[in-house]
Write a protein that binds this ligand. Structure first.
Ligand code: ZN
Ligand code: ZN
Length: 247
């Protein structure tokens, strides 16, 4: 029976493939796996690989030999916003082409390849989290956008890691957009927007925060503050892309 079901689903899969051939979500070129990018689009991204900071994932120039466990000056000085951070790629003109429609124009089909790239980025994390929390959206923003882009990315990651996803232990109050404010203004603007409403679910837990982009790290830093206050043991972060400024 199992074999019959199996072959039925294989036939169904092949039929779907035949009727709707997989295409690159960015340019529409044919690809072999549903949701994957074509080779041209894939190479247009600035994917972060080694050498990078072992703690925050800050990418170093490829020709630098910094040994097995390089630390960026920020982490070496003990100023990392979280206990561990990974990003799949750099926030630049290529990733912007994905990020803006994904976040603001309902292009949610991108989440497939984005979350897969994020899983690849976090493969060197030795300490598995107990729970994944997508960075919460304020209700008002969720109502207008219709979806939380961080939650879309977090779901397949939680499934692959076999870790629970928590969508309601932390709430966020609405504040107008941060726009192009500098690091200090961003930190001030985000102070106090998060509230842990179910501290019993946070206490003693190692938490992985998931978001689409990390700009100055102010959001992660503020979330970490409230989670640690609520008794979290460690707070890690994973994003699709991050702003990389020279340090
Ligand atoms: Zn393409
Ligand atoms: Zn670092």
């Amino acid at each position: 029976m199992q074999n019959v079901c199996h072959s039925f689903f294989n036939v169904a899969d092949n039929l779907i493939e035949f009727l709707f051939p997989s295409s690159c979500p960015l340019c529409g070129a044919p690809v072999s796996t549903h949701g994957e990018l074509c080779a041209d689009c894939w190479t247009s991204f600035n994917w972060i690989s080694n050498p990078k900071c072992v703690k925050c994932g800050y990418p170093f120039p490829a020709n630098l030999d910094l040994g097995d466990r390089p630390l960026c000056p920020n982490c070496a000085a003990g100023n990392c916003v979280l206990d561990f951070i990974r990003a799949a790629c750099v926030y630049d003109d290529a990733s912007k082409i994905v990020m803006l429609p994904f976040k603001h124009s309902g292009r949610i089909k991108y989440f497939n390849f984005m979350s897969r790239a994020m899983m690849w980025a976090i493969r060197d994390m030795s300490d598995l989290p107990d729970v994944i929390i997508p960075v919460p959206l304020a209700w008002r923003r969720l109502y207008h956008r219709g979806y939380n882009q961080a939650a879309l990315l977090a779901r397949p990651i939680a499934k692959a890691m076999k870790v629970k996803i928590d969508l309601d232990s932390v709430h966020r109050i609405y504040r107008p957009d941060m726009g192009h404010k500098n690091a200090k203004q961003r930190a001030e603007n985000i102070r106090g927007v998060f509230k842990v409403v179910k501290p019993e679910r946070i206490k003693g837990k190692k938490i992985l925060l998931v978001d689409d982009v990390m700009t100055t790290g102010a959001t992660f830093s503020e979330l970490r503050r409230v989670l640690i206050d609520a008794g979290a043991r460690a707070v890690y972060g994973l994003v699709f892309c991050r702003v990389v400024k020279s340090i």
